[in-house]
Every structure is written in structure tokens, then in C-alpha cells.
Ligand binder design. Structure first.
Ligand code: T4K
Length: 448
């Protein structure tokens, strides 16, 4: 969690479900009215990417009371079991091992399948996967992505395989499936393990089969910002009986029974309160997917013809959770680059996110290990400069989406004037991305 961006108690946002249509202050008619140049912000409160979905609050509170009455707070309690069962049913998978977060889930899985040496993974993803591998003494080998899917490029995977490679991990970024078949074929041919980081892909399918059924296992995240949340949480799902048993063992210190420890393990357990949140959240899944879908189609409609702005598309034939609204900004066509647009948004109280800038290979400790890694990751480098995530979820309404899109159109229409004015400002923001400050002179953005 980044330091001081999360708490915005001074800016009360609408409650769940009240998709507000009356929130924006004013539309812009002149460039000077943009908040970055001193005008009033478009929204009087902050609009986040990843504002949690709460679900049925009273059902959750009833469950928490029940947990307190039972005095069974963690360690394989009834809500944990219920949550795991619901996930298995949703995905049609044999085993679900719920854990305290997806990062620990990834570590437990890597340990359970005994990876070592080098493992191939994308750089264009959240840092959790690279860290999980490195934490276990494995060398993450960053692979480039397919510019169309934003997922692992199988032909680059092949080039990266060495004698030390033991596995490949795909990430279904934004909930869009990896090229599972090609990756499975490469893994089979080279006798490598293959599993997936499915943190974004709950309730998504690939060729009609639910994600969660591919590779040796898949790992979901139920972090607060995900479509289904357990405050913090994760789950490893698999159809392999032996692996599931091993995962359960490692999740609980390696205990079999009360007194016997039969393997190395950690504490990866999900608490009952988290599981209760997960169960409650799952009850709203259909509704939440519906809200996300409506938001996505509204964005899609508004942004259809904005030059230089392309919305990342989902395959409507498959099941999809639509939890990320992602645009790619083509600076040459729009006349404004992604970072300039991001700065403009933040000043308007729209807290857009540059996921997954700058790419794991440019973060520590990986960047010190291999400062030139970017040379082999041209698509990752390109995309990391273009992608911007826009607010969606149950706290974002049609009026807000329309205002956000009008702002994008306004900026595109006045790109030349905006760019000129920006060049006379020095916009400072610290690496923790605290609110923008403006001082005369030249713009600088801290580079990573
Ligand atoms: N693999 C992938 C592909 C992932 O994307 C992730 C996590 C993982 C693995 C690891 O899963 P976990 O171990 O976390 O289960 C956020 C999430 O913290 C992270 O879970 C997620 N991916 C990533 C994509 O997004 P940040 O650094 O953006 O978090 P933060 O605190 O800036 O929050 C995002 C926005 O949501 C902010 O604008 C504030 C808002 N927010 C956040 C929280 C936590 C709220 O309004 N309320 C809240 O309670 O990483």
C-alpha cells in the first residue's frame, strides 16, 4: 500500500451502488480551466482505480457476529471452508486452498512444486510474482509481451529457456487469458512446470473453460481492490490431489494433526473474517460483473473516436469480469503523452493509475542486477509508457464516466495548447505520488 494516497477521508465518495450522476463540478471550455493550470477540479472528491466493492454490508456484519459468537477466528474454520467450496463451484475446479494473500499463495505454490534456478515470467505485471520467486532464491527471467494481448509472448519464452530454467509463469493480465495452449506446448516440450498468476482473472474463461483450470495450478487475489475481495486474500486452485494436499500442509506450518510437523511450512492461512468477506463478496459477483460491464461499454462508447486513445478490448464471447478499464495512449496521434494525461487527471481528482509502469525489470532489485534488461523487452517498455487505468467498479457511475471521457476528448482537441502550457510549468511529484505541486520552470518527473 502506498503511503498517503489511500486515505481521503476529507473527500467522501458515494457509497456502494450509488452510481452518482451529479458529482462533477463543471466541464471545461478553456484550457486555463483545467485544474492542472489552476481551475477547479472536475470532481470534489477523489475517484480511485480499485475502490473496493463492499457487497451486502448487513450480511457481512451478521457473519462477523457469528464468527465472534463461535469464537472460531481462523485455522480452517467454517467460513474458510464455505469460501473454498464456493470458489471450486464457480470455477469447476477440484481444489481451492485459500490463503492470506496472493503473494503468499504464489510463494507456497512455487515451494510446493519445487521450482529452482530460473523461472520465466512477464515483466509487465505487478511486482508480486517476481518478488515471490526471488524471495525463494529463484532468478526471475523477464520475458516480453505480445502487444495485442499484453500477455507473455510465447516466441520470446522459447528464446529464454536455458539449462537452469525450471518453470514458466503466465499472468492473465487484466483478466485476459494468456496463450495457454502455446505455453503448455513449450512447457511440455522442455519438461518445465507451468502455472498462472490469475490475480485479475476470477470469473473469466478461455475457450469456454474457466480460468483456474490451466497449468499445474492458478493463483487468484482477493485483495481489497479486486472484483471479489476478502479485505486481503488469495487462493491457489488446482485439479491435482497430491499438490492440493501439499499446499494445505505448507499453508499451515507443515502440520499434520496437532503435534506432528512433516514438512517445512509457513503461516499462509486466511482468517474467518476475511473468508466471511469473501463469501459475502461472491454473492454479489454477478451484479459486480454487470456494473463493470456497463462501465466498460460506456467508456467504450464515449472513447470510440478519440484519436490516439484506444481502449483495451475484452472478448465478449468469453466470460469476463471487466474489472480493469485500460487505455493505451498513442502520443503521436493524441498530441499528449500518457504521463501528461495522468498528471491532468490527478489534478482533476481522477486518480488514474499507470499499471504496470515501469515494468518489473526497472524495479529493485532486478534493475540493479540487469540494468540493460529493457533492451530485450521492447514491447514491455513501449506499453509501460502508454497504458493508463481509469476508475471503474461499483463506486463509479455514468455521470462520472461521461465527465472523464469528456475531459479526455477536451484534452485531445486542445492538445497543442495544453502541451504548450504544460511546457511552461514545472510539475513536481514525489515517487509516492502525493498531490501535484506546480512551480514555474521546466517539468520533471522522477525517473525510476
Ligand atoms: N499478481 C498480480 C497480477 C496482481 O495484480 C497482484 C496484486 C498480485 C499478484 C498480488 O496480489 P495480493 O498479494 O495483493 O493479493 C494494488 C493492489 O494492492 C494489488 O493487490 C494489486 N495487484 C495491484 C494491481 O493494485 P496498488 O499499489 O495500486 O495499491 P493501492 O494501495 O495504491 O490501491 C489502489 C487504489 O485503490 C488506490 O487509488 C486506493 C484505492 N483503495 C485501495 C485500498 C487498499 C481504496 O480505495 N481502498 C482500499 O482499501 O496495488
Amino acid at each position: 500500500m502506498h503511503s498517503d494516497r489511500g486515505g481521503d477521508a476529507e473527500t467522501p465518495a458515494p457509497h456502494d451502488g450509488s452510481r452518482s450522476n451529479i458529482c462533477m463540478r463543471s466541464e471545461k471550455s478553456r484550457v486555463e480551466e483545467l485544474a492542472i493550470f489552476g481551475g477547479p477540479p472536475l470532481f470534489p472528491y477523489k475517484l480511485h482505480v480499485g475502490r473496493p466493492n463492499i457487497g451486502d454490508r448487513s450480511a457481512l456484519l451478521d457473519r462477523i457476529n457469528d464468527i465472534l459468537d463461535r469464537r472460531w477466528l481462523t485455522n480452517d474454520g467454517p467460513y474458510l471452508q464455505q469460501f473454498e467450496k464456493h470458489i471450486c463451484e464457480l470455477i469447476g475446479v477440484k481444489h481451492c486452498v485459500a490463503v492470506c494473500n496472493a503473494t503468499i499463495g504464489l510463494e507456497i505454490l512455487v515451494k510446493a512444486i519445487g521450482l529452482s534456478g530460473e523461472v520465466i515470467l512477464p515483466s509487465f505485471t505487478f511486482i508480486a510474482l517476481a518478488h515471490a520467486l526471488r524471495w525463494l532464491g529463484i532468478n526471475p527471467v523477464f520475458c516480453d509481451i505480445d502487444p495485442g494481448t499484453h500477455n507473455l509472448d510465447p516466441s520470446h519464452v522459447k528464446e529464454l529457456i536455458t539449462d537452469r530454467t525450471t518453470g514458466i509463469v503466465g499472468v492473465h493480465l487484466w483478466g485476459r487469458p494468456c496463450d495457454v495452449e502455446q505455453l503448455a506446448e513449450i512447457a511440455r516440450r522442455h519438461n518445465l512446470e507451468l502455472f498462472f498468476d490469475a490475480a485479475h482473472a476470477l470469473a473469466c474463461s478461455h475457450n469456454g473453460k474457466m480460468i483456474g483450470n490451466f497449468g499445474t495450478a492458478e493463483v487468484f487475489s482477493f485483495h481489497a481492490t479486486k472484483i471479489i475481495n476478502a479485505f486481503e486474500g488469495g487462493a491457489i486452485v488446482t485439479n491435482a490431489d497430491n499438490l492440493a494436499a501439499r499446499l494445505r500442509l505448507i499453508r499451515n506450518f507443515g502440520f499434520r494433526g496437532y503435534d506432528t510437523v512433516i514438512s517445512l511450512g509457513v503461516n499462509g492461512k486466511m482468517s474467518e473474517v476475511s473468508a466471511a468477506m469473501g463469501v459475502t463478496s461472491l454473492e454479489s459477483l454477478e451484479e459486480l460483473v454487470g456494473v463493470n460491464y456497463r462501465n466498460y461499454t460506456e467508456y467504450s462508447h464515449h472513447l470510440e473516436r478519440v484519436p490516439g486513445v484506444s481502449l483495451v478490448k475484452y472478448n465478449d464471447v468469453e466470460k469476463c469480469n471487466y474489472q480493469y478499464v485500460v487505455v493505451e495512449i498513442d502520443e503521436m496521434t493524441m498530441g499528449i503523452n500518457r504521463d501528461q494525461l495522468d498528471d491532468i487527471f490527478w489534478a482533476e481528482n481522477v486518480l488514474t493509475r499507470r499499471y504496470f509502469y515501469p515494468g518489473c525489470h526497472r524495479m529493485e532489485p532486478y534493475r540493479t542486477n540487469d540494468p540493460k534488461a529493457g533492451v530485450h523487452l521492447p514491447q514491455t517498455e513501449r506499453l509501460a509508457r502508454r497504458v493508463l487505468c481509469l476508475p471503474t467498479g461499483s463506486t463509479v457511475g455514468s455521470g462520472e464516466i461521461s465527465a472523464i471521457c469528456e475531459l479526455i476528448k477536451f484534452v485531445a482537441q486542445h492538445a497543442e495548447a495544453v502541451r504548450q502550457r504544460l511546457s511552461t510549468k514545472r510539475i513536481l511529484r514525489d515517487p509516492q505520488r502525493t498531490p501535484l505541486q506546480q512551480v514555474p520552470s521546466i517539468r520533471s518527473r522522477p525517473e525510476v
